[in-house]
Ligand binder design. Structure first.
Ligand SMILES: Cc1cc2nc3c(=O)[nH]c(=O)nc-3n(C[C@H](O)[C@H](O)[C@H](O)COP(=O)(O)OP(=O)(O)OC[C@H]3O[C@@H](n4cnc5c(N)ncnc54)[C@H](O)[C@@H]3O)c2cc1C
Length: 447
């Protein structure tokens, strides 16, 4: 380990890390001044695995969800440039264009390559972040899981993505039982539905609806189980107004308890309104291959089909023993900060203020009491959505990444990269992304 202190360190190597690296490079830092410590060299690997597990082909979000250093061109314009057609631009005017997953991944790769992400990256599973002072000035030591110091950096962004997948109630216990585990999967995990088989899908968020459709498309039967009677009709995890700067500012003025209340309301039970999906589900209703049940699984055991489950119904009573092949949980991730080892250690060592199970970040996503203007420690992604409600979407990640990069530039007393150099960087990324997208097969829109 060298004695050097990097100006910036990023812990985690996913979308948040890539967007922050891009923002820092665009503003003026060189790749050698940034260290990204992650366990995956490919910044799209984690998201891609979840998206494949879910069968996602187009983003839920819209044309602005892209990885280029500057805001324009949006994805609809990139599609126009790559495929020489107007349909995406036309759709984006009525906000019904959703970028294709292969296209955004190609763009992310192009940006990573041209901004020198690999030169900043070092493979490491970070176990602990510790405040350091002394001759090197205020900084953070970044230690791997074996306790070895791997890098030191003045400003650190924690970008580790989601905590572990959540399995509610008895399903959590059943998942730990080797005899049952293989039959209880998460929506984000790879899986195959058997034609003619019967499956329970728990959860009615976007991932849940996606699984209903995957079950029906496989020619299987779906029991859609949810705890609340009425899901909202939203196309994204949070209402559109909260995606805009005004919404974020208004949200940031609330105290933590009020923020949590809003999050609990808007992040749960949302379902997208997709024409293709609705038709399939309507057909499932007609043919008796799709049923909705409000209640909770109270018992799980092995059975001839795979599992036998019992559901306590919201309206009273139980279903009695139901023979099913498996259960898919579209119940998301454990959002408690302590479910992520590095955050658990940070809580134990520094005792940051908490809001329920989550670290109560400052409104600039700083981690109190460690964050300070001359040596920032901030968080991005799902653990920052207590401050930025869409912190786990590409738009929200970008919002946090850019503000963090600007703070670091200011703290380091650095000048911005000159306008022409920035523009050249941006257009090289755009040109390359367009060429790479052009080489990809077209992905149909769903709505
Ligand atoms: C199925 C799915 C669909 C989505 N669809 C959309 C969409 O349509 N539009 C949209 O805007 N957003 C979407 N999102 C949300 C969002 O874009 C992703 O969750 C995004 O990947 C979050 O970026 P991140 O950097 O926080 O986490 P990730 O991309 O998950 O990256 C975190 C990385 O850090 C690594 N890591 C974790 N702990 C450590 C450690 N201790 N040391 C080193 N490395 C570590 C992880 O292995 C991972 O590689 C979707 C998410 C999912 C799961």
């Amino acid at each position: 380990m060298s004695e050097a202190v990097y100006p910036v360190g990023i812990v985690g190597g996913g979308f948040g890390a890539l967007l922050t690296h891009t923002a820092l490079r665009y503003l003026g830092f060189e790749s050698r001044e940034i260290v990204v410590l992650g366990d995956q060299p490919d910044p799209v690997a984690t998201y891609r695995a979840f998206a494949w597990g879910l069968g996602q082909t187009v983003l839920r979000s819209e044309s602005e969800s892209h990885f280029l250093p500057a805001d324009w061109p949006t994805f609809a314009v990139m599609d126009l440039l790559a495929r020489r057609r107007l349909s995406a631009v036309r759709r984006s005017i009525s906000r019904t264009f959703n970028p294709a997953v292969p296209d955004i991944l190609a763009e992310a790769h192009a940006v990573a390559e041209l901004t020198g992400y690999a030169q900043s990256f070092a493979r490491c599973r970070v176990g602990e972040v510790i405040r350091g002072e002394g001759r090197a000035g205020p900084h953070f030591g970044l230690y791997d899981e074996e306790g070895r110091l791997r890098a030191r950096a003045r400003h650190v962004l924690l970008a580790m993505g989601h905590g572990p997948l959540a399995f509610p109630g008895v399903l959590g216990t059943a998942r730990r039982d080797p005899a049952l585990a293989a039959r209880i999967v998460q929506a984000y995990e790879p899986k195959r539905y058997r034609p003619g088989g019967r499956y329970v899908v728990v959860g009615s968020g976007i991932a849940g609806v996606n699984e209903w459709v995957n079950v029906l498309l496989a020619g299987a039967e779906c029991i859609a189980l949810r705890r609340t009677p009425e899901p909202d009709e939203q196309d994204l995890n949070v209402p559109r107004c909260l995606f805009e700067a005004y919404g974020i500012d208004a949200y940031q003025r609330l105290d933590h308890a009020q923020r949590l209340q809003i999050l609990a309301k808007v992040l749960k039970g949302t379902t997208p309104e997709r024409r293709g999906w609705q038709e399939l589900i309507a057909e499932g209703y007609r043919k008796g291959t799709f049923r909705e049940v409000i209640g909770e699984i109270t018992e799980v055991r092995s059975g001839p089909e795979g599992l036998v489950v019992d559901i306590r119904l919201g309206a009273g009573g139980t279903t009695g023993p139901l023979h099913v092949v498996g259960v898919s949980c579209a119940t998301g991730f454990d959002k408690a900060s302590a479910s992520v080892p590095i955050l658990r250690r940070l809580i134990e060592r520094y005792d940051p203020p908490m809001e329920g199970p989550r670290i109560a970040l400052d409104s600039n996503c700083g981690v109190p009491p460690l964050d300070r203007p001359d040596s920032r420690l901030a968080m991005i992604g799902i653990h920052a959505n207590i401050v930025v409600p869409n912190g786990d979407t590409i738009a929200g990640l970008k919002y946090i990444a850019r503000r963090f990069a600007a703070d670091v530039l200011r703290a380091e007393g650095r000048r911005r990269r000159p306008f022409l150099a920035r523009t050249r960087m941006h257009f090289r990324c755009t040109r390359r992304a367009v060429a790479d997208i052009r080489a990809l097969p077209d992905t149909p829109q769903l709505s």
